[in-house]
Design a binder for this molecule. Sequence first.
Ligand SMILES: [Zn+2]
Length: 453
Amino acid sequence: MSDKGKIIEEIAGKIKSGEIQPWKVESVLLEEYGMNSPEHFRTAALIRRRLIEGLTGYTFNYLELPEKPYLMQWRCPKDNSIWHLEARDQDTVCSRCGSQLEPYGTEIDRFRPLANNYIGGSEEYYSYAGQIKVFGDVNKTFTNILAYGTGFGTLGISVGCFRVNKLGGAEIKVSKWAGATRNLGYVFESEEERERGVEAVKEYLPTLRKEMEEKYLAEFSGEIYEVEFVRRQHHGQCYLYICFHTRFEHARGHGDTSAAVGFARGRFDAKFKEMGIAYVQSLIAMGFDGDLKPSPRNRRGRYVSARVKLPISEYEKMSKTNIDSLLTYMEIDRQGVTQEQGHFLYSGMGGEIIPAIYRGTKVNPRPYNVSCTENVYVKIKGEDLIYGVELPNLEAGAASSREGLICPAAREVLKFMGIGTSREFAAVTAAITLAGEFNFTLLHLRGEMYASS
Ligand SMILES: [Zn+2]
């Protein structure tokens, strides 16, 4: 084995035994092994990759590690703007004024890692964020490989997972089915004509529903569990929404549901024509199902919840404050989201944590901010504190489907993490979110968040 190979094995072993923390590898290489900057960034990433391979038994094949996995700092001589660019980036022109950027900082300190705990990836920067133990509906220890974006680092998650594991892990409740919803909209000129339409649909539904399931949903073991009728009006126009709610055990089901409902529309149009029921217009009513718009009507996704339990006295010691401060902190956050927004979307930090998981695993082709909402809560039970997060509508299909491929690097990440099913995806997402929130809350209570001296 080469000298470098030996160093990699040695330090990976020390991280595994807890002797070195994974985020300290860069400084250990510089200070104890005399390695030069910026070459040490690549070795540090290799060490963490070796650690993850050892922990999981898999080998990296697709998640690439660039030759120069670090950023460089530049400055525009004209407007003084500071630029952090990946070392591979050849475009060093200021996009504000067109000037050629100049190196910023000394030859050593103008380099920075692409992300804390970086382990690979060139369009998404992947980080190692420790392991998380879950029990309950899913029993497993997951290895956290997350894609981080602007403004969000890994350390809070790593530390949070460490804390939750020490308390015994996260208890998980995850629902059996994931839901999907798609609506039809029909416009009539009178309420009487609309009622004729409702009667015709109700009569035809048992036959049509079976056909929709066989043609579009059976492939992914999906079913229509409810069809709902909603009546609305707009200045003399009578609307009828026909809402198809579907559920799937393993698939995400959104695209399949859309296809089935599009098929139903054609059938209803023909039925109405045949029966002489006059409608002005028929359409897929996108807005009404909360599609890409989280709303109280949203029935998409799967419910999952994660929580951790500990004695109140232990929490008071950890947070260096009393339990009333925690309850007040939670209430301030709750009021902020429920009263100011009108309904909750993300309480806590989920709006940043959850995308890091979706971006890394790419199990959902939709925008990340609507792939799941989040609710953080605390409860007192006797002498214990329960700290929990619930994700009421987490959307995920861990297998490729007609809704789109999952690229090889993301499939590899799923495998390394230990995710084989959508329920496992749900479990680890809730547990990582819990760990991050738990740690952030502690930092806030201690006054250590955004603190400067
Ligand atoms: Zn400029």
